[in-house]
Design a protein around this ligand. Structure first.
Ligand SMILES: [Zn+2]
Length: 181
């Protein structure tokens, strides 16, 4: 159990630890800068230990878009995001902890077959059955369900794919700049 938690929080760059945070401090950390949820959740200066895979799982659990802007979230969406972040990390700490008793887990941020949405491009959403979509960038991808998270809007259209083509953080900033106009 402890070992799983250590893995999840091993990239400590000064970000908030969600299990030590309340809703207000969580919201304050994520709104310090106006970013997409995907970027804010995975920024280790804001939140501790949430990688690409877990951020997909959290956003799917919260039913929020990866490209929603932190400054635009409604109060009930913050409550959903905060609860989903804690619940998702707790589930994975427990799973990895149970496995670590048998053998040390490797590549915990990569695809795992029991994830709800991450790494499941083209497969049915675990909640609604719609096909899981993706935004590809560099050697990674973000997976999401349009029906559950973006009111049916497909984010991986051609212009967005081109925009996100090279570097995730940099192109996300470009994406955010576009969305502000
Ligand atoms: Zn769905």
């Amino acid at each position: 159990m402890v070992r799983g938690e250590e893995i999840l929080i091993s990239l400590d760059a000064g970000g908030l630890h969600v299990f030590a945070a309340d809703l207000d401090s969580f919201r304050n950390a994520l709104t310090a800068e106006n970013h997409t949820l995907k970027r804010a959740l995975t920024d280790p200066r804001l939140l501790s230990g949430i990688g690409n895979a877990y951020s997909d799982e959290i956003l799917h659990a919260a039913q929020l878009s990866p490209v929603a802007l932190t400054t635009k979230l409604k109060p009930e969406e913050w409550e959903r995001l905060f609860a989903a972040t804690r619940n998702t990390l707790r589930i994975w700490i427990d799973r990895l902890g149970a496995e670590a008793e048998k053998e040390f887990p490797e590549g915990v941020t990569a695809f795992r077959p029991d994830m709800a949405v991450h790494g499941r491009y083209g497969q049915p959403c675990s909640r609604c059955g719609e096909k899981v979509l993706r935004i590809r960038y560099a050697d990674k991808e973000t997976n999401y369900c349009a029906r559950c998270q973006t009111s049916g809007k497909v984010l991986a259209d051609r212009s967005l794919s081109r925009l996100l083509g090279s570097d995730w953080p940099r192109t996300l900033e470009e994406l955010e700049a576009l969305k502000k106009k």
